[in-house]
Write a protein that binds this ligand. Sequence first.
Ligand code: BG6
Length: 495
Amino acid sequence: METGEASGECGYCDLSGNALEPEASVIVVFGATGDLARRKIFPALYHLALEGILPPESRIIGFARRELGQDEFVAGLAESCARFSRSKSLDEAVWSGLARRLSYVRGSFDDAAAYRELASRLAEPGLPANALFYLATAPEDFAVIARMLAAAGLGSSDQAPGFRRLVVEKPFGSDRASARSLNAALQECFAERDIFRIDHYLGKETVQNLLYFRFANSIFEPLWNRNHVASVELDVLETEGIGTRGGYYDKAGAARDMLQNHLVQLLCLVAMEPPASLDPESVRGEKVKVLQSIRDYSSGELLARSVRGQYSGYSLEERVAPLSRTETFAALRLEVDNWRWSGVPFRLRTGKALDRQVSEIRVRFKRPPATLFAGYCGDSLSPNSLTIRIQPDEGLWLGFNVKEPGAARVVSKELRFSYRGPNDAYFPEAYERLLADAMAGDSTLFIRADEAEEAWRIVDALEAAWAGAGPPILYQAGTPGPGACEHSASARGAC
Ligand code: BG6
């Protein structure tokens, strides 16, 4: 570990000496012509090449059902990378270097001959011995692909000359039972240490910062508990509707699509105890303990603690059932019943077609004792708050009260830190970090098997409660969502 002065008075401590480095690998992208691959994975690989993070000996093989020649495959990716990469353009030299390392295997996901072809490509002389299999496919294909890989001799093996890792996208199951059987199916073919379950929120810089912010400072942690925190709000709000994803979304809904993974992960990072070390198992172990501290609520309790909404016009979307009861908005109030947090509400909220596009966490602190200013002002004295903005306008702001000059008045002000400044050139996309970590074998930012199952325990109970209740509350698209969940904290009783 290095310490030093970056510039002026800003001290820094470089942890990169302790980090694992990405190893040269053959990255096989299943579902290589699909949306996720084109929008996220290939642009992320391009940026890793641009930043010099992708080891130059690495190769990339696209695997998909579509009939495509090599040139057509590469030309399609050039277009996707130019369009969807964060730089919105291609550096010719970097792209042509990457293009030479790209190839394509055509096959359906259960076609043994295609896997034999893949195995022989991987065995070509001069290629890295390490293989990273990235499943950017529909979830129903995950177990099939893992089995076919193992049958072709490409599963985890201590005899293999390099690593064999499997990266799986969300959704990881649709409930606890299916997540459990998917875990079992994958673990038959790949060792748990070689399975990397993605929650792309964990790759976001501002989400990674939660661990740094909490445990690299000493001034917040003493307040980070039930004695000082009144409530924690976790929001992932979106203005877009479901677009063309009706086929998937109508079966999932907001709780399975967002709450089970992204929101629960944010909650874990806010609520967890300091891990014994920064190694993956210490960090993930602490997150699992948070989930285990959320008790089983009865259906009645869950209905009182939750709000389920659907935007007007949702049932007219493509591939959505006309009488669909699927929620596009979900809010849930949970408590983490441990010594640190007992009695503090954590309010999780997510929705589509809302009036705001924002992901943020707000920690609201308790008001001062009701003497002096709090005695005079009562509810009009704003409590201190800390807002952690995940996106957009990534940053942190601390709300506090000061005297207004020239008046006997208390006013609320904010100290702001913004992550985006004119000199902050490198702000990687979540997928860049996650791909690099998977190549390095660092699973800290990936979901462990037990973590996925525990998160489903919470969402399964919620789904069961909702199944026995009425339809979701309709809300107008472009509004804050169902009335009970408006943005003001006081109006958020239920959620
Ligand atoms: C995905 C969900 O996991 O996350 C989408 O399936 C959602 O429904 C998306 O829109 C949000 O991600 P981000 O990074 O745009 O906040």
